[in-house]
Design a protein around this ligand. Structure first.
Ligand SMILES: [Zn+2]
Ligand SMILES: [Zn+2]
Length: 421
């Protein structure tokens, strides 16, 4: 019996890694264009960061974190999300002293101990954007359009933007009171999780996918009716900037996100293809989080998306991936006697900046040609006994099957000016 990957994790095999390069390159390219800089934080943090940052009563903190003591007994947690670590780094590295708004992005693995299902893994990769230091509604919109541009560049179709405002501490408290009053006499019809949420985190009931809960929620009061003047104005401006840019969106007054720290704008980008779990990214404002984590009151807004889910949707939408580049040259030898020359030439080709490989076991020329074909080499360089004694090799174009003899000293020249490309 051999050992398997831990439950809920997966290997990304060589045939798939080019997809990851491709996606990450597009993310980096577009976010750089928008003026964001990449930050990399550790894969684990002190547990307290997430308890304080994400919220004690959230699903993530109560049941999804991988938490373990280090050898001195301090509690560590594999990061379940990227925003709290970025804010921690922002404060720790005194980025709050910058007079500029800080615009950061990250790409990396996150860890949540969830029930594995389609598109959900216990180690998954996220990219995220964080803008810290401005309350301007313009950046809410910038975050949305930067994310949209990434999806569009990847070729994703049928995308919709859902937006909502979850208000601020003050107006949300009033709304939550109204919501509780409304649900109070219907509590018996809620699912057991929502009964729990009713006490700890009633807003999350709006998020429940169970039919019975949905039925109750449908007629519940909506938060946008209870926004204070400031929140109302902010939401109005976000919508008007989106209108100015002719970006279609739907106001979804029941949209709340799984993390406690959101304030004002909250949004999701959904794709028709994923079924019930159709959000492929989301985010919102978190004006209280920096203060919550020990900084001065500092408004901020962010977005995060799971890359595995993006790949699933891209596959469902049959979006073509760029072709693997393949190998430029496969070096084949007629006789084992020439393996030293073969290895020397191989290195010479690599030094000239071309990709090259050879067979390291004593295979026949026929099987070497088969390997060259299988790995998609553009050329095979054949070292024949007689030719090499004249300091010549044979170059075979694997597509056209044309062959020609080339002088070794002239090899790189030939390859460069030849139809390699
Ligand atoms: Zn408010
Ligand atoms: Zn429920």
């Amino acid at each position: 019996m051999f050992i398997k990957v831990p439950k809920g994790t997966q290997d990304i095999l060589p045939e798939d890694t080019p997809k990851w390069y491709y996606i990450k390159n597009i993310i980096r390219e577009i976010l750089t264009k928008y003026g964001y800089q990449e930050i990399r934080t550790p894969s684990f943090e002190y547990t307290e960061l997430f308890v304080r940052g994400i919220g004690e009563s959230t699903d993530i903190v109560t049941k999804e974190m991988f938490t373990f003591p280090d050898r001195k007994g301090r509690s560590l947690t594999l990061r379940p999300e990227g925003t709290a670590p970025v804010v921690r780094a922002y404060l720790e590295n005194k980025m709050d002293r910058s007079s500029q708004v800080v615009k950061l992005f990250y790409i990396g693995p996150m860890f949540r101990c969830e029930k594995p299902q389609a598109g959900r893994f216990r180690q998954f990769n996220q990219f995220g954007i964080e803008v810290i230091g401005t309350k301007s509604p313009v950046v809410d919109v910038e975050v949305i359009i930067a994310a949209l541009e990434i999806y569009k560049k990847l070729g994703l179709k049928n995308l919709e933007i859902l937006i909502n405002s979850v208000g601020c501490k003050r107006c949300r408290a009033i709304y939550v009171q109204k919501l509780k009053e409304f649900i109070k006499d219907k509590k018996d019809f809620l699912c057991s999780e929502c009964v729990n949420r009713y006490e700890k985190n009633p807003l999350r009931i709006l998020d429940c996918k169970k039919d019975n809960c949905q039925k109750i929620i449908k007629t519940a009061p909506i938060i946008t009716d209870y926004l204070c003047q400031e929140c109302k104005q902010h939401f109005k401006e976000v919508k008007s900037y989106l209108n100015d840019l002719k970006i279609k969106y739907y106001v979804e007054p029941r949209l709340v996100r799984g993390l406690d720290y959101y304030t004002k704008t909250s949004f999701e980008i959904v794709s028709g293809e994923l079924g019930a779990q159709n959000a492929i990214g989301g985010g919102g404002r978190y004006d209280d989080l920096v203060e919550e984590l020990g900084g001065k009151p500092t408004p901020a807004v962010g977005f995060a998306a799971g890359i595995e889910r993006m790949i699933i949707v891209m596959n469902q939408q049959k979006i073509g991936w760029p072709k693997n580049k393949g190998l430029d040259i496969f070096v084949a030898k007629v006789s084992e006697r020439n393996k030293n020359i073969a290895f020397k030439l191989l290195q010479k080709i690599r030094n000239a900046g071309l990709s090259a490989d050879m067979d390291y076991s004593a295979k026949s020329l026929k099987s070497q040609m088969r390997i060259a074909h299988k790995i998609g080499a553009k050329y095979t360089m054949i070292i024949g006994e007689e030719e090499i004694s004249k300091n010549m090799v044979t170059l075979r174009n694997m597509k056209t099957k044309e062959q020609k003899e080339v002088e070794v000293d002239n090899l790189i020249n030939e390859l460069e000016k030849g139809s390699l490309g």
